[in-house]
Design a protein around this ligand. Sequence first.
Ligand code: ADP
Ligand code: MG
Length: 318
Amino acid sequence: MTVALEVAGVSVTYRPGRDDAVAALRDVSLTVRRGRTLALVGESGSGKTTLARVILGLERRESGVVRVDGIDVDADPSRVPRDVRKRIQPLFQDPGASLDPMWRMRDLLIEAMDVSGSVPPSMRPARIGELLLALGLADDLLDRRVHELSGGQKQRFALARALATGADMLVLDEPLTALDPPAQRAAMDLFATLKRDRGVTTLLVSHDLDLVRTAADDVVVLYRGRVVESGPTTDVLGTPRHPYTRLLLASVMPPNPAEARRRLAALPEDDAVADPVPSGCAFAPRCPLVVDACRVATPDPKPIRDGAEHAAACPVSV
Ligand code: ADP
Ligand code: MG
């Protein structure tokens, strides 16, 4: 299975004030295989959006590489095919915010094709028809303006626009948060269809473990900017091995999705995030299994057994 997207050793520090430094990502690595969906989970402030922005080329990093099909997207421009970056497109929480409200949908799609040069003019009407069909959008919406659409329709058009550029990788940052439950279900079906029929590779940032369970093949758990656990979704969510993943699942995995959302919304921002990162393992102050060594060393994730895809820093036995 080929690796479509690779993040290797990425660190980002924000400097909001002269003496302030927030280590948002520390030596983060992950890979997303072609046509797969990888979910990035973790509490608010764990660095999920920062990583999404790094992948999209919107955030400066101190170190690390982003590769698409093995090509460093920031290497010397003369050696990087022009369209590598364009193959990755974002879909943010509130797609309406990134679309000019007075634009008509048809023009948005045509502009996306124009800018990217992905579809020659003669092919555009056919391509637009195909996208509408794939995304379950009615033809007559093409003449509507952005502000005339519902949240779910905007979300679909934002996706249509991303795909109109010729992108085959999506970065979805909390894509369902702004939608009502029926529109959320429709969007989930849509992501599944895009993956199945078009082989779209997706990095999904989500608080919603219900969505992660259904949509993601693999999961990476971030805690304060570090990967603490990763692996196939069934392993990570089914048999979590890092104490933080266990805590996260126990606090946000109640019996039904509505309750899950309620509890998640009620979770305070992790207080510890405001404090400087302690030396040693960042989770040590909250870890029920902490021992002295944890205050000194920061373990990296390693396979839970030889050859396993499931990896955890400091795996607890099951
Ligand atoms: P998440 O998406 O998981 O909630 P973020 O990537 O938004 O996390 O944030 C990670 C950390 O970086 C947090 O501590 C956050 O407060 C900090 N942060 C994010 N953006 C900025 C910024 N522009 N300036 C300063 N600090 C930031
Ligand atoms: Mg975020």
